[in-house]
Each structure stands twice: as structure tokens, then as C-alpha cells.
Design a binder for this molecule. Structure first.
Ligand code: NAD
Length: 515
């Protein structure tokens, strides 16, 4: 193993040069297939991870059930105190864990560390929530009666997560699920098992110090079969799935068919709209970050850019200058802005997307190739690409599908209404952004005639959300909400409890029923 990789793995207590157990339910194990963790920057195999066998999965579920029975009795503010300790433990390992995210997933250092910070932030949020997960007292129409709306834990929450946020998405789910009193079982992406193992070790340590069963945060690494077993398990009332639309469609139907609940956080196809009165010194760098940051592998990455005709040429000139200046290379090096795509398969997807653009007569302004010079050839590096398709046709797959790579599609409009129409005409509905200084445009954009996405920004790019607001998208992005806002309410079962304190019975709506 390279020195850089072994330093990072050692700092997080991950075994080097032996197979790494990838299952945790209070004890570590793993008798299923071997998963290889491959560094996207160098192609180096970082570790062989032992995934969950069907039998282990079964046992892990049993342990999770027992852990839930323990946790549901722990007072909610006490759970909050454990989350406070977890935020400290995560903050202490922020740099090491952030470096592992860069090493295994491929995002640049500042974003890797930012992702760990997001977990720290959501722990803080859940600590506060642990004193505020309140129900309601409802006025009853019947004398001597009162009605309470009461939240109680659900049981086991399944978290199936994507490769591109290998730490933060579990953080969002675990923090709220734990505060609500649930055990959580995590199946991470098969290509980022080491991040999941490192996070689980940090959580397990805090749980152990507090005498809480480790299986309140169970880890089952594995591929599709392990995911399917969670999706189909009647023991898991809530499945929180983050991933592609294609898999989300299968997961959503399967969980619905057993009347389970889902939180679906699926693909995005996010647009930025630039009005002629926008401050270009802010808008151009924001589009650059949105489209090129994380090598275009955020669900909120900017994929469509709609420019008002009056400012299109200067905007594209300025944007191309930034693209030309991008520093590509090892994401662990502080000055790098563009790291690799996560897998070889993603490079193929990028290349076919560019080919399709060319076949359909799009003008490729910049990019379109792999980087194959020395130092980059071993990794999955691709040039960030700006393309102007022949026309804006939201029904064409160029515009209507998410290509998970740094490809930005540009269209030119004359009226805001036209651009809002294009923004809304695609199946996905995650994030969108309008750049203007005119209040009338802002009112239209955030109102009933405006953007139909779950995240609607003004003078802020499409990517880079804070944890305080509910995060998620509409339409084929799945309608899920996670993190802040009222998202916690999905992790509990709600009961309406009518209590009669009087000496007489009465029926609602004045119904009489006496012999
Ligand atoms: P993916 O759909 O390939 O995989 C997601 C997870 O599902 C993985 O853990 C995978 O092993 C598992 N899985 C695969 N098939 C399954 C099945 N049949 N049943 C159960 N589980 C199964 O997604 P990915 O390539 O890892 O991630 C990229 C996608 O995730 C992009 O589309 C991106 O937009 C989306 N994403 C969305 C959000 C959001 O909040 N909306 C956040 C991050 C990523």
C-alpha cells in the first residue's frame, strides 16, 4: 500500500494489508463476498473488505431489533447527550476522515473535510432536537376530553447510501434516527466501504463508552443483494434510500408493496438561470463551482445553464477562462480543484454523454476528453465540459437525464418565463438557482409560477446546502426530505391519543348511540 494511503487508514484504525471486516452489529465480522476499495486517483487497491453474508445480515437484523428495544427506553435528551459526544469524536477525526473521503471517493480535500463537518453539524442539530421532538395537544370537541399527537420511535431504519457522500448522508440519517430512538442499519455504496467502516468505528466507540448496544448503528457492507434484503425486510419500517433514479424506482415500489415507508433522495438535473441584471462576478464563479466542483458528482451539481441572450457571450467567455484555469490532480493536494471521477464506469458514462452530444450536433466549447498525461493516466480524470446543444428540447435525453460527470449544457433564452419553463420541464426536481437583482423576478421564481424543485436558490448556486433546512427534491428526485426542517418527523410513528378525563362517554360529531 502507498505511504499516503497507509497513513490515512492507520489514523482511522483500519487494518492494512489484511482483509478488513465490513460488518458490525456490536462485533465485527464479514463472511460474504470480498469488495475491493479502489482509489480513483491512482487505481491502487486500498483494501479488500469482507461484506455481509445472508446469514450475517439475518443476525445483524436480530441484533438491531434488540438494540432498538434498549434504545427506545433511553430518554430522548439522554440520546442527545450521546450525539453531543459523537460530534466531539467526529470533530477530533475531521481531518483524517476527510482525507479518507478524498482518498476513497475522490473529492478534493476541502470538500472531504466539509462532508465530515456536515455530520458534526447534524449531530449538533439533533442534540437540540432531542429536547424538542414534541408532539401536540389538540382541542377536543368533546367535554372532558383531550387529544394528544404523540411521536414514538419506529423500530429499525434502513439507510442505503450512494458513493458520492460516503459520510454525510449516513450522518443525516443516523443522527435523526438515533435521536428518535431507532436502531439504524446502514448499507453503504460497495465502492466506499472504508469510509463506512471508519465512521462506524467512531460511532461504535462512543456507544460503547455509554453502555449502548453497538447494533443501534449496524453496518452491513455489500452490493445489490444486501440492499435488496434490507428493502424487502418486513422488520424495517422505514427505508431511507439515496442513489440513482433507476434504483430508487425499484426500491420505492418494493418498499411500498409491503406498506413500508421510504425517504427517496434520487438524481438531480439542476439548472442555473442568469438574468441580464445578475452580478456576473458572483454568478460565474458560482456556476463554475456548481458544474466542476466534486467533478460534477453532487446530486445538486449544475448540469443546465440558461443564459439570457444579452449576457450570454460575456458570461461564457468568463466561464471558459475559469475552466481553463482549473487545477486538476490528486484531490489530497491542497491546491487541486478537480479530482477524478469515482470509477472507470463513470468515465465511460462521461465519454458516451460527450459522444451523444457531438452526434446530435452540439457545440463542445471546452473539454470532452479524458486527461491522459503522466500523473493523471492511472486515475479517472476527465475534462470539465461545456456544450451548447443545437436547441433546448427538454424531452431530448441530453436535457432530461442526469449524467453524473462534469458536463454543463447551455441554452439561451429571451424571457424569464421561458427559462422557468425549461427548468421545470425535466423529470427531476432537486435544485435550481436564479441570478438576478430584480425583486419581481425573485417573487416569480419562488412562487406558484416559479421553480418546481425542492431547493430553490437566488444568487446562490445549485449545490452546497446547509443542514438546517429540509434537503431533498420533488418529482423523480423522489420527494424525500432529510436533515433539517421537519425531516425528523418521518423517523417516528405518530399516534393520535384521545383521552377521556370525564365521568361520561360521548361520541365525536354528536353521534348518539344508546339503547
Ligand atoms: P446507485 O443507485 O447506483 O446506488 C445507491 C445504493 O443502492 C448503493 O448502496 C447500491 O449498492 C444500492 N443498490 C443498488 N441496487 C440496489 C437494489 N436493487 N436494491 C437496493 N439497493 C440497491 O447510486 P450511486 O451511483 O451510488 O450514486 C449516485 C446517484 O445518487 C446519483 O444519481 C445522485 O444524484 C444520487 N444522489 C442523490 C442525492 C440526493 O440527496 N438527492 C444525494 C447523493 C446522491
Amino acid at each position: 500500500l502507498s505511504a499516503r494511503a497507509s497513513t490515512i487508514l492507520s489514523a482511522l484504525d483500519i487494518p492494512i494489508a489484511t482483509d478488513v471486516p465490513g460488518v458490525y452489529d456490536g462485533t465485527w465480522g464479514g463472511n460474504g463476498d470480498i469488495l475491493e476499495s479502489v482509489c480513483p486517483t491512482t487505481g491502487e487497491v486500498l483494501a479488500r473488505v469482507q461484506s455481509a453474508s445472508p446469514r450475517e445480515l439475518h443476525e445483524a437484523l436480530d441484533k438491531s431489533k434488540e438494540a432498538y428495544i434498549f434504545l427506545r427506553k433511553l430518554p430522548t435528551p439522554r440520546r442527545g447527550d450521546v450525539l453531543r459526544q459523537l460530534r466531539e469524536a467526529l470533530a477530533a477525526k475531521r481531518d483524517a476522515l476527510g482525507a479518507l473521503v478524498s482518498l476513497e471517493m475522490g473529492k478534493i480535500r476541502t470538500e472531504g473535510i466539509g462532508e465530515v463537518q456536515e455530520f458534526v453539524d447534524i449531530c449538533d442539530y439533533a442534540v437540540g432536537l432531542s429536547r424538542m421532538m414534541n408532539g401536540r395537544v389538540v382541542a377536543s370537541e368533546r367535554p372532558g376530553h383531550t387529544i394528544l399527537e404523540v411521536p414514538n420511535p419506529l423500530g429499525i431504519v434502513g439507510a442505503l447510501t450512494a458513493f458520492n457522500f460516503p459520510v454525510a448522508v449516513y450522518g443525516w440519517n443516523f443522527s435523526l434516527s438515533f435521536a428518535a430512538g431507532n436502531a439504524t442499519i446502514w448499507k453503504p455504496s460497495p465502492t466506499t466501504p472504508l469510509c463506512a467502516i471508519a465512521v462506524t468505528k467512531i460511532i461504535a466507540d462512543v456507544l460503547e463508552r455509554n453502555g449502548i448496544p453497538g447494533a443501534v448503528s449496524t453496518l452491513v457492507t455489500g452490493a445489490q443483494d444486501v440492499g435488496e434484503a434490507i428493502v424487502n425486510s418486513a422488520d424495517i419500517p422505514l427505508v431511507s434510500f439515496t442513489g440513482s433514479e433507476a434504483v430508487g424506482r425499484v426500491v420505492g415500489k418494493a418498499v411500498q408493496s409491503r406498506f413500508g415507508k421510504t425517504i427517496l433522495e434520487l438524481g438531480g438535473n439542476n439548472a442555473s438561470i442568469i438574468m441580464p441584471d445578475a452580478d456576473l462576478s458572483m454568478a460565474v464563479p458560482a456556476v463554475f463551482f456548481g458544474a466542476v466542483g466534486t467533478a460534477g458528482q453532487r446530486c445538486t451539481s449544475t448540469r443546465r445553464l440558461y443564459l439570457h441572450r444579452d449576457i450570454a457571450p460575456p458570461f461564457l467567455d468568463a466561464l471558459q477562462k475559469l475552466y481553463a484555469s482549473v487545477r486538476v490532480g490528486d484531490p489530497l493536494v491542497g491546491s487541486t480543484l478537480l479530482g477524478p471521477l469515482h470509477t472507470r464506469a463513470a468515465v465511460e458514462t462521461y465519454s458516451s454523454a460527450v459522444e451523444r452530444l457531438r452526434e446530435k450536433g452540439a457545440q463542445v466549447l471546452t473539454g470532452g476528453q479524458r486527461y491522459d498525461q503522466d500523473g493523471l493516466r492511472q486515475g479517472n480524470f476527465v475534462q470539465p465540459t461545456i456544450a451548447i446543444p443545437k436547441s433546448v428540447d427538454p424531452a431530448d435525453s441530453i436535457w432530461s437525464t442526469e449524467t453524473f460527470a462534469p458536463v454543463l449544457h447551455v441554452g439561451v433564452f429571451d424571457e424569464l418565463e421561458q427559462a422557468i419553463g425549461w427548468n421545470n420541464a425535466v423529470p427531476q426536481g432537486l435544485s435550481s438557482s436564479l441570478w438576478t437583482r430584480d425583486m419581481r423576478n425573485i417573487g416569480k421564481w419562488i412562487g406558484s409560477e416559479g421553480s418546481d424543485t425542492g431547493i430553490v436558490n437566488v444568487n446562490v448556486g445549485t449545490s452546497g446546502a446547509e443542514i438546517g433546512a429540509a434537503f431533498g427534491g420533488n418529482k423523480s428526485t423522489g420527494w424525500g426530505r432529510e436533515s433539517g426542517g421537519d425531516a425528523w418527523k418521518q423517523y417516528v410513528r405518530w399516534s393520535a391519543c384521545t383521552i377521556n378525563f370525564s365521568d361520561a362517554t360521548s361520541l365525536a360529531q354528536g353521534v348518539k348511540f344508546s339503547a
